[in-house]
Design a protein around this ligand. Structure first.
Ligand SMILES: [Cu+2]
Length: 168
């Protein structure tokens, strides 16, 4: 937008400066049109719509995914991290498990970034299934704003396999 405006100003200045010469005016107008219009329209929509994955810059926290005779759970189920940290989910027992944030409860202004930070998703905000012991899945919280991010395991939601990540 700013570039486009500046280019327009430059074009107008050129037009004004060489008021007499028809040939020069045409050239200036064509040049301004060629250089301003494509860059102004092309980069803007992708920048607004598509989020790039942001790698973690801080600590990596571990959460175990467990299913045993005491039930299905994430350990710890409540985890507080800093923006830019990562959380590594480790399959321990009782899989398959996954990590699924509910798009309806994730803070709206961080939904697209969190989704972009998750690899190999099954669907929006939903990790793939971890089947075997010691399989892991790491989510970067870089660019994810402070707030509460509740999640669950899709196969064991009915067994209350849930957790909350609080980003400070
Ligand atoms: Cu599970």
């Amino acid at each position: 937008m700013r570039f486009y405006g500046l280019a327009l100003l430059a074009g107008a200045a050129l037009l004004g400066a060489c008021g007499g010469g028809d040939k020069k005016t045409d050239t200036a107008g064509a040049t301004a049109g060629n250089t301003t219009t494509p860059p102004a329209t092309t980069p803007t929509p992708p920048a607004a719509g598509a989020m790039a994955k942001m790698p973690a810059t801080g600590a990596t926290h571990e959460v175990k995914m467990i299913g045993d005779d005491k039930g299905y759970r994430f350990e710890p189920a409540n985890l507080t991290i800093k923006q830019g940290d990562a959380v590594k989910f480790i399959m321990v027992t009782g899989g398959p498990h996954n990590v699924a944030f509910d798009p309806a409860t994730v803070p709206a202004d961080s939904k697209a970034q969190l989704d972009a930070n998750m690899d190999n998703k099954m669907s929006e905000l939903s990790s793939p299934m971890l089947q075997n012991p010691n399989e892991d899945y790491t989510i970067s919280f870089a660019g994810v704003k402070p707030g509460q991010y509740p999640y669950h395991c899709t196969p064991h939601l009915a067994m209350n396999m849930k957790g909350v990540i609080t980003v400070q």
